[in-house]
Write a protein that binds this ligand. Structure first.
Ligand code: ASP
Length: 466
């Protein structure tokens, strides 16, 4: 018999069907055994009556989380037993046959509860079980829907998704890089991308004009609640645009996501309010202010744009460094200051950040596509001509070979999803998350590698004494 999805059972009343899935709950009442059965589409209560001898015997063996194929008759519930507002609340499955497809040892925790209460290390160790819970299934599916909507909307707008390399080059760009030894080039390393920043700009040189990517980014930072060693960005870049164009497109896309997929949520203010960095710091002491009028309301979304950031700031050692992105263009009226390397602390960038309920969910800028101006940025930061050439020569070269003016943005997709799904941290919306300390207790990663692998890679391991 063909399989019927549990979510479709209500249209099969009176029929004999076959369903396949997991035993969510089992209650042995002696003569009868009740079972809640679950598949990706929903839940149904089943009952094995005493007259189905073989099925009763099988049902007595079964435990929760076993995988079964069940044959049964879809019965309408008597009026008084109907559970209003519950999927399949008006039907019940009279189980006539049970085939066990896979047994389960006692699950490490109860996935019928809100798993947020359970020790996270245990959840992450058995993530494949944890992901079966109703809330985690909803998070997985919501993530898919948001990404699909983004892809559809940007596609309709003439964007194309382009994959950029995962094995790339270490450049002093902001955070610490994860590096990969290059076996064929002893002593040399690839780096994993902190973001596709340079590639997406080079795609503008390449004539793509409208690029996006659902991109994985890796940064070797100390992890925190809303950080992970790897995370996902919606990364995009457009040619021949000004700040207003990028802001308008992103605002439209964010509104579309909320209105289509989260109709229960309310955006506090449209168009999103804009604040300068100075205003945000003076009024809210934050460059990602939480503008919600009512912080109790879990369905209130207060987006805002923060603009006019300083381009440079002083490091602890007194040198200049960039605040956001070395590839940003200063505001048009400050380009001259950059070229003359004067009033450095006063130069403002075209950077725009988008914040939501006190979290930065995205940021981008109009880029500096003039090679001479870009060189000045690195000179101000004290890079020698040789270091500029070694680290960024390819960018400067490309900008001398017909690169249109361009700008873009990247969203922290995990953070956005965390807020939309009312979750307390990004690990709840990342299918296979790592712990707060950057470990994967399921795969037991990071892990040592064999001496043979090390020899092949020409690396030796020196453990620092802690
Ligand atoms: N690449 C930048 C980041 O990861 C975002 C951007 O400017 O587009 O923060």
């Amino acid at each position: 018999m063909n399989r019927t999805y549990i979510g479709d059972l209500s249209s099969h009343a009176g029929e004999t069907v076959c369903i396949k899935g997991w035993v969510a709950v089992r209650r042995d009442q002696g003569k009868m055994v009740f079972m809640d059965l679950r598949d990706k589409s929903g839940l149904i209560q089943g009952v094995v009556l005493p007259n189905h001898m073989e099925a009763i015997e099988a049902a007595k063996e079964i435990r929760t989380e076993w995988v079964v194929a069940i044959t049964g008759i879809v019965n309408k519930r008597p009026e008084k037993n109907i559970k209003a507002g519950v999927v399949n609340g008006d039907i019940e499955l009279e189980i006539t046959g049970i085939e066990v497809l896979n047994k389960s040892e006692t699950p490490p925790f109860d996935i019928g509860s809100d798993t947020r209460e359970i020790n996270e290390e245990i959840r992450l160790t058995h993530r494949y079980v944890d992901l079966r819970s109703d809330r985690m299934q909803k998070n997985l599916r919501a993530r898919h829907k948001v990404i699909k909507l983004i892809r559809d909307e940007l596609d309709a707008d003439g964007f194309i998704e382009v994959e950029t390399p995962i094995l790339t080059k270490s450049t002093p760009e902001g955070s610490r890089d994860y590096v990969v030894p290059a076996r064929l080039y002893p002593g040399q390393f690839y780096a994993l991308p902190q973001s596709p920043q340079q590639y997406k700009q080079l795609l503008m040189t390449a004539g793509v004009e409208k690029y996006f990517q659902i991109a994985r980014c890796m940064r070797d930072e100390d992890t925190r609640g809303d950080r992970q060693p790897e995370f996902t960005q919606l990364d995009l870049e457009m040619s021949f645009v000004e700040q207003e164009d990028v802001i308008a497109l992103n605002e439209k896309l964010l509104i579309k996501i909320v209105e289509t997929l989260y109709p229960e949520k309310k955006i506090q203010q449209i168009p999103f309010p804009r604040l300068s960095y100075t205003e945000a710091m003076e009024k809210y002491n934050s460059d990602k202010p939480d503008l919600r009028e009512n912080k109790e309301d879990s369905n209130l979304l207060a987006f805002c744009w923060v603009v006019e950031f300083p381009f440079f700031e002083k490091t602890d050692t007194g040198a200049w460094t960039f605040t956001h992105n070395p590839f940003s263009r200063p505001k048009p009226e400050h380009v001259e200051w950059l070229m003359n390397k004067e009033n450095i602390g006063d130069i403002l960038t075209t950077q725009y950040d988008v914040a939501l309920n006190g979290f930065e969910i995205g940021g981008g800028s109009i880029r500096n596509h003039d090679p001479e101006a870009l060189k000045k940025v690195f000179e101000i930061m004290g890079h020698t001509p040789e270091a500029i050439e070694r680290n960024f020569g390819h960018m400067l070269k490309a900008f001398g070979l017909g690169t249109p003016p361009h700008g873009g943005i990247a969203w922290g997709l995990d953070r956005l999803l965390m807020l939309l799904q009312n979750e307390p941290n990004i690990r709840e919306v990342i299918p296979f998350a790592k712990t707060g300390e950057g470990r994967d207790p399921m795969m037991q990663s990071p892990a040592e590698i064999s001496v043979e692998q090390m020899l092949e890679l020409n690396i030796t391991s020196i453990k620092k004494k802690m």
